[in-house]
Structure formats: C-alpha cells, structure tokens
Design a protein around this ligand. Structure first.
Ligand code: 5GP
Length: 206
C-alpha cells in the first residue's frame, strides 16, 4: 500500500470470523499494517488473559458481573458465549468510528456475526478458512497456550463455526499466509473503493 491511499468518506464495518487456529489474528495484524484507517474493535471478554496479550489492546478483560452490566445496559453491539466464556463488542467505539468515516474491523464468532448482519445490513462479512480441520489442531498445539482438553473443545467448536462459512460475503483460504494476506487486503480495498463511499471523487469528477 502506498502513502497516496486516500481514506473513503464513508467507512465500512468489516466482520471477520474464523475458527480458533485459522490464523485469523495473524492475518488481521498484517492487513492492519498495510491498510491505513482501519480500526480494530477491542471486545470485552470474561476469559483469562493469555501470555503476550494486553488488557485494553487485545481485549478488555472483565469479570462476569461487569460483562452482564454492559450487556444489560445495551452497551454491547453484539455478544455471545464462545468456548464457555462471554465475549461482546462495545457499541460506542464502533458507532463513533463509523460516524467519523473510519472503517472498523470486528473479529467475532458466527453468532455475533449474525447479530451484526441484522443490526448493520451493509456490514461486509469475511470468513477465514483453514486448509483443513487438522491444521487448526496443529496450530492450537503449536501456540501452546491451551490445555489438551481446551484444544479438543476448540477443535469441535471450530468444526461448528466452519459449517456457517456459507453465510459470509467473502471466503479467504489461509493456506499460505502471504497469499491470504493479499486476498484479505484486496477485499478490504475493493469494499473501500465502492462509489457509495467515494463521495469526494464523485463530486470532483462527475
Ligand atoms: P479467543 O479467546 O481465541 O481470542 O477468541 C475465541 C473466539 O471468540 C474467536 O472466534 C473470536 O472471533 C471470538 N470473539 C472475540 N471477540 C468476540 C466478540 O466481541 N463477540 C463475539 N461474538 N465473538 C468474539
């Protein structure tokens, strides 16, 4: 991406899902480094913090009563229980960024994606596919952050998540990291090049 990239006047809401171990987090970090003007939505979760994660950066790590309060006050754009823990997207930062013309990326599960599609029909949904279910297991084991029991549950739930991939606008196969990064970047850039988001150029040239 060159520095001549101009942000669109109207941002997009990107919903990215993919099973744990699909390489989604790595892929997203690479696209963030390449496309300026994307804002990552930091979710609230009741799961414990992992090594290498920072509170307020990767997640807002909260206790169950705090999560329930946020949910009951309507402060979450969507929420779901994933792997026995609560996860939810704080509403205000997303609405604020979209209001400013920025684009927002939500890294959320299939249940959350369904809720966002209902509340924001123009959201662009992308599913990251692993080359195989076996790859998911290998990646979770290599990551070394989860116990054998947690890994077994995550593989089962990964299969469930995968079965919903047909609901998404775009599929990105993450068999080769660089190729997958290019495909995801292409989807993001194409969506941000929609005429409906480029009022300035229409006014300038049309
Ligand atoms: P992890 O605990 O491995 O970071 O994430 C587990 C799963 O929860 C991932 O599939 C991730 O996309 C999903 N997730 C993370 N944040 C949210 C959220 O705010 N809402 C929903 N519905 N899912 C989330």
């Amino acid at each position: 991406m060159t520095t001549a990239w101009e942000r669109p006047q109207a941002g997009a809401l990107f919903v990215v899902s993919g099973a744990s171990g699909s390489g989604k987090t790595t892929l997203l970090k690479r696209v963030f480094a390449r496309v300026p003007g994307l804002q990552f939505s930091v979710s609230a979760t009741t799961r414990g913090i992992r090594a290498g994660e920072a509170d307020g950066v990767d997640y807002h790590f909260v206790d169950i009563p705090t999560f329930q309060r946020l949910r009951d006050q309507g402060d979450l754009l969507e929420h779901a229980e994933v792997y026995g823990r609560h996860y939810g997207t704080p509403r205000e930062p997303v609405e604020h960024a979209l209001g400013q013309g920025l684009s927002v990326v939500l890294d959320i599960d299939v249940q959350g994606a369904r809720q966002v599609r209902r509340s924001h029909p123009s959201a662009v949904s992308i599913f990251i596919l692993p080359p195989s279910v076996g790859t998911i297991k290998d990646r979770l084991v290599t990551r070394g952050t989860d116990s054998a029991e947690v890994i077994a549950r995550r593989v089962r739930e990964a299969e469930e998540q995968l079965s919903a991939c047909g609901e998404y606008d775009y599929l990105v196969m993450n068999d080769d990291l660089e190729t997958a990064t290019q495909v995801l970047e292409a989807v993001v850039l194409a969506e941000l090049s929609r005429t409906s988001r480029r009022a300035r150029w229409v006014k300038l040239f049309a």
